[in-house]
Structure formats: structure tokens, C-alpha cells
Design a protein around this ligand. Structure first.
Ligand SMILES: [Zn+2]
Length: 277
């Protein structure tokens, strides 16, 4: 069970600590306990959601949403081709269809990424398939917008203003959807298994960070999370499912030294670490 810890870090500099309720937007279905000591407030949230289960539901959900996104695109194309006359202003109709297309495609990609972090693909399938599978969201973003953009640019039935504005909206929607759908930290099944075998203790991650950390002690812990007022705590499996697929290089270095491991045995990527948030 992942926990959320809100620490009061006002004494150390940094921006003022966020109130516990504000820092816990995703905690609707969670049990919450607040412990108060003389100079420290700590909020620990334990989500009820089970992890490591089947990913079939997430993948079906993603595919249904992508189909609905494509349906929005098809509807917009039908308006362009004058197969369908919208009940109100064509430009407004097209923009609504594009925004819906974008929202559906982005949500679909988040479900897909979540499924890939719960059940990653084995590296034995080859790099090309691994890339296609993990970046399916980007491919789908292209399918959801590029045909529409091409037809918009080639269209000579719309007036110039409608055509220009709609084309700009569609290009921006494509860029936003692509950026939000990419998996910047994909993980292989082997990497996940290795991390789970090597690290049995709970790990920590921050609200916006991309890595997980091993030591959150205020004294002697990882310097990259020392100033973070909100920390999540859970198993390596939970950290990976939350999208934190690699260990922070600082924590990895210390852990490898302590356990007599080779750094290659830990999934350290890039070596770029986050700052506290
Ligand atoms: Zn660290």
C-alpha cells in the first residue's frame, strides 16, 4: 500500500509547506491519518486500490477511448467534406470535436502507460516492438489528428479564417496529445523484476519527480528529496506503477556500496536527478 507523507519543511528554507488537504488531490478513496508532533506535521495516506492486478481492463479502456477519439476526428472530417452539416457554426463544431478528440486520446494514453508500468513488456520481444508498445500513445495521437490536419489544409470549401484557426487548433492539439501520451520512462519486465528482487525496503517518491529514492531521513537521507514537503512511500512495485521507473543515481550509488552490488544491477537511468518540489 503506497502512503503519502506530508512533511513540514518550513524550517529549512524552501517555499512554505502546502496544507495537507491541498497536497492530497488523489486521496478521495483513501484512508487518511494525521500525526502531529511539536514541530512536524505528517500526513500518511494509504490508498485502498490494489496493485499488480490484471491490466486487461486498462488496455480495453484505452482502446475504447482511442476509438471514441477517432470517431470525433471522423465527425470533424465529415463536416469538412460537407457530408454532415453541423447544427451550429462549423468552426465552433470543429473546435469542439478537436478538443474532445484530444481529451479522449490523452486519457486513453494514461491508461495505456499505467498498464505498461503494471505489466511491462519483456525486452526479449526486441527493441522495435518494445518501442511501439510503449509509445502507442504517440502513434495514436498521430492517427487521431494527422489525417484531419491534412484534409484541413487541403480543404477549399471552408472560408480562410475558419480554415486557419481550425488548423492551428488541430496542430496544437496534436502536439499537446503527443507530449502527454509519450512514455518518457518505459521499463522492461526484466528491469522491474530485478528492481523488485534487489530492493525489498519501502521507497519514496515526490509529487512531480520521475525517480524513486531509498532514504528519506531528514538527516543523512537523499539530498534530492530533503526539501520536499510531500512524499509518497511504498514498495518498488508501487513506485514503478506510479510511473517512477528508475532509481535516483544518488540513492543507487549509496545502496550499491552498502549491499556490495554493481550499479548495473540497479535500474539507474541517465543520472539526472530531480530537485525537491
Ligand atoms: Zn535519491
Amino acid at each position: 500500500m503506497a502512503e503519502k507523507i506530508v512533511r513540514d519543511t518550513t524550517k529549512k528554507s524552501a517555499p512554505a509547506a502546502k496544507p495537507a488537504e491541498k497536497a492530497a488531490p488523489a486521496a478521495k478513496q483513501a484512508a487518511e491519518t494525521v500525526k502531529k508532533t511539536a514541530n512536524k506535521q505528517q500526513t500518511v495516506i494509504t490508498p485502498n486500490k490494489p496493485t499488480g492486478g490484471s491490466t486487461v481492463g486498462l488496455r480495453i479502456g484505452a482502446c475504447v477511448l482511442w476509438l471514441l477519439a477517432i470517431a470525433c476526428e471522423v465527425l470533424a472530417i465529415m463536416v469538412l467534406m460537407e457530408y454532415f452539416i453541423p447544427p451550429f457554426n462549423a468552426m465552433t463544431f470543429l473546435i469542439i470535436a478537436i478538443v474532445l478528440d484530444m481529451a479522449l486520446a490523452i486519457i486513453a494514453a494514461q491508461l495505456w502507460k499505467k498498464a505498461n508500468h503494471i505489466k511491462p513488456m519483456s525486452e526479449k520481444r526486441g527493441k522495435f516492438l518494445f518501442y511501439l508498445w510503449n509509445e502507442l500513445g504517440v502513434i495514436m495521437a498521430c492517427i487521431c489528428f494527422i489525417p484531419l490536419i491534412i484534409l484541413l489544409l487541403k480543404n477549399d470549401k471552408l472560408d480562410k479564417r475558419t480554415k486557419t484557426i481550425t488548423a492551428i487548433v488541430a496542430v496544437v492539439a496534436l502536439l499537446i496529445t503527443g507530449a502527454a501520451s509519450a512514455d518518457y520512462d518505459p521499463i522492461t519486465a526484466e528491469e522491474k523484476q530485478q528492481a523488485e528482487q534487489q530492493i525489498s525496503d519501502d521507497v519514496f517518491w515526490t509529487q512531480f519527480g520521475h525517480k524513486y529514492h531509498l532514504n528519506a531521513d531528514e538527516e543523512g537521507g537523499c539530498p534530492y528529496i530533503r526539501s520536499s514537503s510531500t512524499l509518497y512511500k511504498g514498495s518498488v512495485t508501487e513506485a514503478i506503477e506510479a510511473g517512477r521507473t528508475a532509481i535516483c543515481s544518488y540513492c543507487a550509488g549509496h545502496y550499491a556500496q552498502e549491499m556490495g552490488l554493481d550499479l548495473d544491477q540497479l535500474n539507474v537511468e541517465g543520472g539526472v536527478v530531480e530537485e525537491g518540489d
